[in-house]
Every structure is written in structure tokens, then in C-alpha cells.
Design a protein around this ligand. Structure first.
Ligand code: NAD
Length: 251
């Protein structure tokens, strides 16, 4: 695919769920994958899986909440492939379902913001010199919760609102350097993150009542939208939020 074939693509959260599917999808489109995650064994297995399917991939263990860890990953990337990264997909994320007066609120708020918001920015900052060299593309995993909200999700929705606004603001900052920055907004996708929601009939019904397609999505259904935003097919698209939500945000 034009703009993706042979490009170095860095995907965080690649050990499972959406990040894993996106890493595999980018590899099948010809990208060389740097699969990053805090779960060392699992991310190594994903890189092995990509290689066993004929793709090119390395695994990098990192904690996106640490800027230093992201800088080390950036050095590793350049060293392993001898090329600057061209595609950065920020998929590492966590969710904590917490009431505003819960005793754990402080910890939950800090953890969710650190991974989802600060972690995405840490990766952008660490890879910026490479993305400048490659006229790169950044794709952030926002959410339907970037613009809508549900009970118990104050921290998560706030963090995903931050991801959306970070995407828009970065589009302003980085367009002059030839870097495009976009986000996708998945609805309920069948990953470990949403197991609790999908196993709770009331919570699932609340989401599905607002989802014209009346079903959760599969991680593989994020691949096409990501390939679009990573490829030259979206050459005049930046600062955009692309819903991938079965119509949730249209309801
Ligand atoms: N699943 C959904 O319905 C849904 C909907 C909208 C948005 N999203 C977003 O998609 C992204 C991926 O979610 P998912 O459903 O695949 O979740 P998941 O829990 O299945 O996977 C998240 C991955 O991120 C990794 N991770 C967590 N903290 C990390 C850290 N500090 N450093 C490095 N890696 C870390 C985890 O180890 C895990 O492999 C998240 O940003 C999430 O908010 C998911």
C-alpha cells in the first residue's frame, strides 16, 4: 500500500486487542513493525506471529508513561531497522471504571491520564525527530468517549478528550513539517479492555441502544481505517477524528 509498504511502523499496546490487530494489519500491508508494549512476553509473541506470517517485526518492551522508556524505544527502532519511523500508532491504553467519590479515584485518575494522554504524547515527543525525517503519520486511539460519556468513566472520558484535542493541536504544530496527525474513535470493540462491559448485559445494552449496527466491533475492523490514515490515500487529511463505531456517534 502506498506510503505503508516498507515503512517502519511503531505500534504501542501491540501485545493484545486493538494494538495487536493494527500491528498485524500494517505488517500485511507491507510495513516493518516495531511492536511495543509493557507486557514483554506477549509482545514478543506478537512480533513472532508477524514474522511467522512472512512479515518483518521486532518487539520492544516499554512503558509509555516513561518518556525515557519511549526515547530508548526510539533509539532501538532506528538501530534495528536503520530507518526512521514513518508511522506511529498510539494504542496503549487503560480504563478504570470509578465513581468520582471512590477512594481509589486519585490513583485511577492519575494512572489513566498517565497512560492514555501523557503516554501518547511521550511517544510523539520521543519519535518526533524520526517522524520529521520521514514525513510521518501519527494515528492516535481516541474513543467514542472522546466526545460522548457514560457513568463511571470520568477519568477515561477526560483522557480520551485529551487525546482528541492533542490530535487537533498537534496537526497545527506538525503540518508545516509534513507530519499528519489523526485519530480514530472506536466504539465497543471485542478486546480484553471491554470484557467487563460485554459481560454486563445492562452496560452492553446501553451502548448497543446507541449503536445503529447493534453489535460490538472486532479489532480487525480497525485495520482499514488505520491503513487509510497511515497511507497516502489520506494525503490531505490531518487533525481528523474518524469514528469506527457502528454508527454510535451518529445516533
Ligand atoms: N476496546 C474498545 O472498545 C476501545 C474503544 C475505544 C478506544 N479504545 C482504545 O484502544 C486502545 C487499545 O485498547 P484495547 O481495547 O486493545 O485494550 P487492551 O487492554 O486489550 O490492550 C491495551 C494494551 O496496552 C498495553 N499497555 C497498557 N499500559 C501500558 C503502558 N504503560 N505502556 C505500554 N503499554 C501499555 C497493555 O499491556 C495492552 O497490551 C486504547 O487506547 C483504548 O482506550 C478501545
Amino acid at each position: 500500500m502506498q506510503g505503508i509498504d516498507q515503512a517502519v511502523a511503531v505500534v504501542t499496546g501491540a501485545a493484545q486487542g486493538n494494538g495487536r490487530a493494527i500491528a498485524i494489519g500494517l505488517a500485511e500491508a507491507g510495513a516493518r513493525i516495531v511492536a511495543c508494549d509493557i507486557q514483554e512476553d506477549a509482545v514478543i509473541r506478537v512480533a513472532e506471529e508477524i514474522r511467522s506470517r512472512g512479515g518483518d517485526a521486532v518487539a520492544v518492551t516499554l512503558d509509555v508513561t516513561s518518556l525515557k522508556s519511549c526515547h530508548i524505544a526510539a533509539l532501538d527502532t532506528q538501530r534495528r531497522f536503520g530507518l526512521p519511523a514513518k508511522i506511529l500508532v498510539n494504542s496503549a491504553g487503560i480504563i478504570r471504571r470509578t465513581a468520582p467519590d471512590a477512594p481509589s479515584f486519585d490513583d485511577d485518575w492519575a494512572a489513566v491520564m498517565a497512560v492514555n494522554a501523557t503516554g501518547s504524547m511521550n511517544m510523539v515527543r520521543a519519535f518526533l525527530p524520526q517522524l520529521r525525517q520521514s514525513s510521518g503519520r501519527i494515528i492516535n486511539l481516541a474513543s467514542i468517549m472522546s466526545v460522548a460519556a457514560n457513568p463511571g468513566l470520568t477519568a477515561y472520558a477526560a483522557s480520551k478528550g485529551a487525546v482528541l484535542q492533542m490530535t487537533r493541536a498537534l496537526a497545527h504544530d506538525l503540518s508545516p513539517e509534513g507530519i499528519r496527525v489523526n485519530a480514530i474513535a472506536p466504539g465497543v470493540i471485542e478486546t480484553p479492555m471491554t470484557l467487563a462491559t460485554r459481560e454486563n448485559p445492562e452496560a452492553l445494552a446501553r451502548f448497543m441502544a446507541h449503536t445503529p449496527m447493534r453489535r460490538p466491533g472486532k479489532p480487525e475492523e480497525l485495520i482499514g481505517p488505520v491503513l487509510f490514515l497511515a497511507s497516502d490515500a489520506s494525503s490531505y487529511v490531518t487533525g481528523a477524528l474518524l469514528p469506527v463505531d457502528g454508527g454510535y456517534l451518529a445516533a
